[in-house]
Write a protein that binds this ligand. Structure first.
Ligand code: NAI
Length: 462
């Protein structure tokens, strides 16, 4: 008999959640993890530390911009960068320690070290080889390299280095106007850095609803972030602790350069499979280097599965978690399932941006007839009391059936508001279902209801 029913490789949100659900369902589970702490990129060098910085710097912005308006008179707080980084590390510690506690509670064995798969059913960690009926690869992703730029995590950094800079840079160049670039760009802009975002495409946040992307760019510009769009970064040189970036404008191929104390490379992530021994095993990859899997997360090698960033789909912690739960249930003989049509996406800037379902652009491309219901937070009393009237909720519903096809929000607590619409979509709801649901007053959630009303006879407060 194998030593374990299941060995999961990687203790990020995909792997640790898969392990916990499998243990809850009665399986004997081990997780191989080479980092000193559990939680993967998300808890150690990604989502959680960046949210600590976003929370701290948002609070700073509130104090600088809005306290006096509310009659809270005090000198604006100054920044103790060492203390702020220590707070970020404490938040990481609480979260990674929490996963370790859950492992103990669920009797999950932590195999400490980097794992290799010498054969199906076997996982080597350090000197030891363990046996398992099923292996799940949840090894995540790493920042993509950009040709011509050598990351030293000091002057030219990825998100990892940007979360541990020894001092706040006076000037920061961000390459890539995606989620990482905008979130970390916002952090440093609020801390006083002069931030310039250089993006290859002619719009920020590719794949996002165009109207929301334009609004986000306008609002971030108002916060002092500069954007250079349609520009391909070609290389960088570092001298005396400063970087000079070389880029070309796509419209006329003109060469430009930009000097910065720090350059953040945020041009996407790629699956992390190094050292697993996939080549020797013959595990099939997609042309993009992801582990090829079927709908039940099976690779081409029996007994080996893959979930999260290492396989296809959006590189989001919650998508990985859902895949982890679904796979654990499948392995335990149940019917795990992920609905990829209802996976929300959130950008934690101020204002926040959240989306689920299809964009207007996607609906047009499909030739699907739809209605748009929009409501501005300017018409929402609670948002106005919080100086958060910028932004709007946009609901897209089928023209014939009124079924909700997508929702796009830019505004206060967008990342929380979106879930009402996710639940509605899971139930196949019509916009009218949200419009006829009583929403407490005064809440920012009323803006979602008003947008749903706007899909029908019209909102009340506009
Ligand atoms: P991204 O794919 O979101 O954005 C990368 C951007 O870089 C694109 O807009 C692309 O056009 C641009 N780019 C590429 N090459 C370029 C060049 N040579 N010059 C100028 N621009 C260039 O990637 P990002 O922001 O690095 O994030 C990686 C992954 O992590 C994404 O899948 C993202 O969803 C995920 N993530 C999600 C978060 C969240 O859900 N809040 C937070 C952080 C990351």
């Amino acid at each position: 008999m194998a030593e374990f029913d299941l060995i999961v490789i990687g203790a990020g949100p995909g792997g640790y959640v898969c392990a916990i659900r499998a243990a809850q369902l009665g399986l004997r589970v081990a997780v191989a993890e080479g980092r000193e702490t559990l939680g993967g990129t998300c808890l150690n060098i990604g989502c959680i530390p960046s949210k600590a910085f976003l929370h701290a710097t948002h609070s700073l912005h509130e104090a600088q911009a809005n306290f006096a308006k509310m009659g809270l008179i005090a000198p604006a707080p100054s920044v103790d960068w060492d203390r702020m980084r220590a707070y970020k590390d404490e938040v990481i510690g609480q979260n990674t320690g929490g996963v370790e506690f859950l492992f103990k509670k669920n009797k999950i064995t932590w195999l400490k070290g980097w794992a290799t798969i010498p054969a199906a059913g076997r996982v080597a960690v350090g000197e030891d080889t363990h046996t398992a009926t099923t292996i799940v690869i949840a090894s995540g992703s790493e920042p993509s390299a950009l040709p011509g730029l050598e990351v030293d995590e000091k002057v030219i950094v990825t998100s990892t280095g940007a979360l541990s800079l020894p001092r706040i840079p006076e000037t920061l160049a961000v390459i890539g106007a995606g989620v990482i670039g905008l979130e970390l760009g916002s952090v440093y802009a609020r801390l006083g850095s002069k931030v310039t975002v250089i993006e290859y495409l002619d719009a920020i946040t590719p794949g996002m609803d165009g109207e929301i992307a334009r609004t986000l760019q306008r609002l971030l510009k108002r916060q002092g972030i500069d954007f250079v769009l349609g520009a391909a970064v070609q290389g960088a040189s570092v001298a005396e602790g400063k970087a000079t970036l070389a880029y070309r404008m796509r419209k006329d191929d003109s060469a430009r350069s930009l000097e910065a104390d720090c350059v953040l490379v945020a041009t996407g992530r790629r699956p992390f499979t190094a050292g697993l021994g996939l080549d020797a095993l013959g595990v099939a990859l997609t042309p993009r280097g992801q582990i090829a899997t079927d709908a039940a997360f099976r690779t081409n090698i029996p007994g080996i599965h893959a979930i999260g960033d290492v396989r296809e789909g959006p590189m989001l912690a919650h998508k990985a978690e859902d895949e982890g739960i679904a796979l654990a249930e499948i392995i335990a003989g149940r019917h795990g399932h992920v609905n990829y049509d209802v996976i929300p996406g959130v950008i934690y800037t101020t204002p926040e941006v959240a989306a689920v379902g299809l964009t207007e652009e996607a609906l047009k491309a499909r030739g699907q007839a739809y209605r748009v219901g929009k409501f501005s937070f300017m018409g929402n009393g609670r948002a106005k009391a919080m100086f958060a009237g910028d932004g709007f909720v946009k609901i897209l519903a089928d023209k014939e059936t009124d079924r909700i096809l997508g929702c796009h929000i830019i505004g206060p607590q967008a990342g929380e508001l979106i879930h009402e619409v996710c639940v509605a979509m899971e139930f196949g709801a019509a916009a009218e279902d949200i419009a006829r649901t009583c929403h407490a007053h005064p809440t920012v959630s009323e803006a979602v209801r008003e947008a749903a009303l706007a899909c029908g006879d019209g909102p009340i407060h506009a």
